[in-house]
Design a protein around this ligand. Structure first.
Ligand code: CA
Length: 228
């Protein structure tokens, strides 16, 4: 479940430096060298985070950020702006149009990675690799192991992702549309009913230890993971 990070940067040396560091940290970097190809990449698959250079050859990075914020599909996409210009005014403009963070060139790869990690943890909890435990149910995203008390729970990859997403947001009502988005991806067109099928399978797998009660149906709302 490596987070996909789109690097939009026209200077190949910088783009490559970032990509190498991201890969080393366990992420999946993809690259675009101008705003137009960034748009194409985002249209074909929504990344988990965008590293966006301010100065691009075809149109300013800030213009791309503004467009992404105006579109429902990309409104929540986390954006970290990269810029060589250190003026406070630019920084403010970046935040006004909705960049979530800002880093000034030259930056240390270490600092950038720390920002990326923090941003992903905030924006998409599933990208974090920490084990989660709720009411005796424990899920480890690194080993793909789920245990209920001392018993191992066997899940298909889809049910695993579904449980993972539910567990990262205990006590929140998650609509079927939202679950589809998070678990199946936003470009997959399947019926919302599919979610119910997989919830049923997930509950069956959790039933022997009674942990199925943690997955609650919210009438007219969706599903909720009870906090314990
Ligand atoms: Ca540039």
């Amino acid at each position: 479940m490596n987070a996909r990070i789109l690097i939009v940067e026209d200077e190949p040396a910088i783009a490559e430096l970032i990509a190498v560091n991201l890969r080393h940290a366990g992420y999946t970097p993809v690259q675009a060298h101008d705003a137009a190809s960034a748009r194409q990449q985002i249209d074909s698959a929504l990344p988990d985070l965008l590293l966006l250079d301010w100065m691009l050859p075809d149109s300013p990075g800030i213009e791309l950020a503004r467009r992404l914020r105006a579109d429902v599909r990309t409104r929540e996409l986390p954006i970290i702006m990269l810029t060589a210009r250190a003026q406070e005014g630019d920084k403010l403009t970046g935040f006004e149009i909705g960049a979530d963070d800002y880093i000034t060139k030259p930056f240390s790869p270490r600092e950038l990675m720390a920002r990326v990690k923090a941003m992903l943890r905030r924006a998409s909890p599933m990208a974090a690799d920490e084990a989660i435990a709720i009411g005796g149910l424990r899920l480890d995203p690194v080993t793909f192991r789920v245990t209920a008390g001392v018993d191992p729970v066997s899940l298909s990859p889809t049910e695993f992702r579904l449980l993972h997403y539910l567990m990262t947001q205990p006590d929140r009502v998650l609509s079927r549309a939202r679950l589809l988005d998070a678990v199946w991806g936003d470009h997959v067109f399947i019926e919302e009913r599919t979610v119910d099928v997989h919830i049923r399978r997930l509950r069956l797998a959790l039933q022997p230890t009674g942990h199925d009660r943690l997955v609650e149906t919210v009438r007219g709302g969706g599903y909720r993971m009870l906090p314990a």
